[in-house]
Design a protein around this ligand. Structure first.
Ligand code: GLC
Length: 408
């Protein structure tokens, strides 16, 4: 991971930057949730200075209204991929250092909290708290489209779980099978079509809210949001700010999750497709993510786990947690550009590990940690792993498995 550090100076912005590329070749830029993972890993390594600089760089281009994009292009002028163009606003700014117009799961308060707890730097806390707070204000003001407290995503790529199988239905990809080729596949055209349509609307959220092709309330994204709000409450107390607004938001998130996402029939928290609040009946690991919310009724948590966690046709793979239930037609464990449709990913194990431990499910939490440890031992630091054979796939020297350091 330390070999992936990128340091530099942006003359245009008059700023130094420092970030870690998730993998040097395929992923050379700065990403939002990746940076939060890196900060947590660096905090565990005792690399406080590097962690501080990474988080500061993530917020360096934050807009006046608090927005921070999911990708930060520090010096790349020409796009690497088509989506680098369609995921940013159509302005000439895209030819200078800039951010994308998308967001990624809100982990910034969690990263800042871990970093502060490890290094105790109050001055840095004060500096970054103000920024993370503005980012949260932006989220609450701009992405709670329906006033129910839940955040909506406007592109599959905003969840960080790019081709997550539950998005097949909102995208209109009824075949459901994971295609083998990228550019010629219908799934690719549908997802890229969403970004293109948003691009043509200049990422004006008021219009996307009305006319957008993809409006999803993701159970994982919103559970992460609730945990981040909880960290905001703790950080607010530390800096002498008012924690109540964050507590109130968190309460609403859980309440709306119970009414809109929880499906007693399938005993799961399902992603919801708007307009119409249609629950998407496709099981991915994010059905478990709301267990991370402290106030969730323990009997519901237990029911979800009993029904889905230990089932060998669903998520109890030899090396869990597969990114879609194994019975799903999309389930594919090999190398593919259509990621997040079968393999095991480090952040899922890490996030659920903490959720389960806090609730006292130590054995199941231990299974997730053991699986990730074995995967790294057998296949190294890879982007994702086959949950059946343990084989590593995707990018090499990929940073995320370092989250194991935060699974003690
Ligand atoms: C892939 C992942 C996304 C991540 C990015 C950089 O697109 O799906 O979550 O942020 O790569 O690592």
């Amino acid at each position: 991971m330390l070999g992936n550090v990128k340091n530099g100076y942006s003359a245009l912005l008059g700023q130094n930057y420092c970030y870690i590329a998730p993998a040097l070749k395929p992923y050379p830029f700065q990403w939002f949730w990746d940076t939060c993972f890196h900060v947590i890993i660096l905090a565990r390594l005792g690399e406080y200075d590097l962690a501080k600089r990474n988080l500061r760089s993530l917020f360096a281009m934050q807009e006046e209204n608090g927005f921070v994009g999911h990708m930060i292009f520090w010096h790349q002028l020409l796009p690497k991929r088509l989506t680098d163009v369609t995921q940013a606003r159509p302005t000439l700014q895209a030819l200078r250092p800039h951010m994308s117009a998308l967001i990624q799961p809100p982990f910034a308060a969690q990263a800042l909290h871990t970093l502060y707890e490890s290094c105790g730097d109050r001055v840095y806390l004060g500096e970054m708290y103000a920024r993370v707070r503005r980012h949260h204000e932006w989220l609450a003001k701009n992405r709670d489209f329906d006033g129910d407290g839940l955040l909506s995503i406007i592109s599959p790529f905003e969840s960080g779980m790019d081709w997550k199988a539950s998005y097949d239905l909102p995208l209109g990809y009824t075949e459901r099978k994971t295609p083998r080729r990228l550019y010629t596949s219908k799934l690719y055209r549908k997802a890229v079509g969403v970004d293109l349509a948003n691009f043509l609307l200049s990422y004006r959220l008021d219009e996307i809210k009305e006319r957008g092709r993809f409006r999803v309330k993701d159970a994982g994204f919103n559970a992460i949001y609730a945990v981040d709000l909880h960290c905001m409450e703790k950080l607010a107390v530390l800096v002498g700010d008012e924690p109540k607004p964050f507590a109130e938001r968190r309460r609403r998130v859980l309440q709306s999750m119970m009414t809109l996402m929880y499906d007693p029939g399938s005993t799961a928290f399902l992603d919801v497709h708007e307009p119409g609040s249609r629950k998407i009946p496709i099981l991915t690991p994010t059905i478990f993510f709301p267990l991370a919310i402290e106030e969730l009724d323990p009997s519901i948590a237990e029911r979800i786990l009993d029904r889905h966690f230990d089932d060998e046709g669903e998520f109890a793979a030899p090396l869990p947690m597969p990114s879609v239930e194994m019975r799903d037609p999309a389930f594919f464990t090999g190398e593919t550009p259509f990621i997040w449709r079968g393999p095991t990913w480090a952040p899922t194990n890490w996030f659920l590990y903490h959720a389960l431990r806090k609730r006292g499910f130590r054995e199941r939490a231990g299974r997730l940690r053991r699986a990730l440890t074995e995967l790294v031992q057998a296949s190294g630091f890879r982007e994702y792993y086959d949950p059946l054979s343990g084989e590593g796939h995707g990018a090499r020297d990929f940073t995320w498995s370092g989250l194991l350091l935060d699974m003690t």
